[in-house]
Design a protein around this ligand. Structure first.
Ligand SMILES: Nc1ncnc2c1ncn2[C@@H]1O[C@H](COP(=O)(O)OS(=O)(=O)O)[C@@H](OP(=O)(O)O)[C@H]1O
Ligand SMILES: Nc1ncnc2c1ncn2[C@@H]1O[C@H](COP(=O)(O)OP(=O)(O)O)[C@@H](O)[C@H]1O
Length: 283
């Protein structure tokens, strides 16, 4: 199934990168203006033509990734309407998000001191100072970052684009007990507003499986108490998961660094009561 692209655009320091980082899930690739300009596009400057070329290349990468089934979150100033139109034409499935903050607020944030350098005449053609940013005529989705929190912005984007992004994730496991490795993968979905189901296999008690399903559920529910989008479900102790092909969901593997975190080691290092109290978990 092809992926889709969310394209965040706005002034420097409006919050594009910050919001994009909150939207990244297990099947999502983040393309950021600043990063690409220091790598693939280091040959380009900031004339209108160079910006268009920068964005043409970025859209080309997004297109290739989408065709291979990855979702893309792109964060670029994208200052001209014509550039946004070009991207819209190039990408099959793209949603634009206008990351909107008044230039005074952006300048106040001045994350990298670029506005100050532009004001001092050290940079020519800086967007918002002496290069244009064309406001969108029609706004598909707008997030105001001067008056709303980063979390609210991420939540809005996820909610508004929910029909376009895969709306829920299911994690099937023993969770004997939940440890920080598990939390890394669950959090990557839950923290960006996806609805997550943690399915707990109802294993028989043994040395390997010292906790009942109810005990494990209670720990997980405590840890995710402030995540209304995380639910638990006790399921039978399945030994096979049969999956379809082209049926509307994708199957993702646990990253290697997470797979290496061992439940057995965790169980050996802590007593049962400490584990059930979550003392083995980082804050
Ligand atoms: N002249 C000028 N104008 C605007 N921005 C400048 C300029 N020179 C360097 N930078 C830094 O480059 C980052 C923006 O790159 P983008 O690829 O997003 O820009 S564009 O879409 O091609 O216009 C941008 O980073 P962000 O602040 O993350 O947006 C700037 O820090
Ligand atoms: N509501 C908000 N949304 C996003 N960023 C915010 C918000 N409020 C304050 N900020 C801060 O503004 C800065 C935006 O920087 P950054 O994300 O690098 O912007 P951009 O990628 O648009 O240049 C960060 O320091 C971020 O913490």
């Amino acid at each position: 199934m092809p992926g889709e692209t969310v394209w965040l655009f706005g002034l420097p320091c409006s919050g594009k990168t910050t919001l994009a980082e909150g939207l990244i899930g297990p099947n999502t690739v983040h393309l950021d203006g600043d990063y690409l300009r220091n790598t693939l596009n280091s040959d380009l400057g900031f004339s209108k033509e160079d910006r268009t070329e920068n964005l043409r290349r970025a859209a080309g990468i997004a297109q290739a990734l989408n065709e291979q089934g990855f979702d893309v979150v792109a964060s670029f100033i994208t200052p001209y309407r014509s550039q946004r139109e070009l991207i819209d034409e190039k990408l099959e499935d793209v949603s634009f998000v206008y990351v909107n903050a008044p230039v005074e607020v952006c300048e106040d944030r001045d994350v990298k001191g670029m506005y100050e350098r532009a004001r001092n005449g050290e940079i020519d053609g800086f967007t918002g100072v002496d290069a244009p940013f064309e406001e969108p005529e029609e706004v598909e989705l707008e997030v105001r970052t001067a008056t709303r929190s980063k979390e609210a912005g991420i939540e809005t984007i996820n909610r508004e684009l929910a029909l376009k992004f895969d709306p829920s994730h299911i994690f099937i496991g023993r969770w004997q007990p939940l440890h920080d490795g598990h939390r890394t993968i669950i959090d990557s979905a839950a923290d960006n507003g996806k609805d997550v189901i943690i399915a707990i296999r109802d294993t028989e008690l043994s040395e390997e499986n010292p906790f009942t399903a109810k005990e494990r559920r209670e720990l997980i529910e405590d840890v995710y108490a402030d995540h209304p989008n995380v639910e638990t479900m006790i399921i039978p102790d399945v030994d096979t998961v049969a999956i379809g092909r082209n049926v509307g969901y994708s199957v993702v593997s646990v990253p290697e660094e997470v797979a290496q975190i061992s439940g057995t080691d965790t169980r050996n290092r802590y007593g049962k009561r400490e584990l059930l109290a979550g003392r083995h978990l980082e804050d």
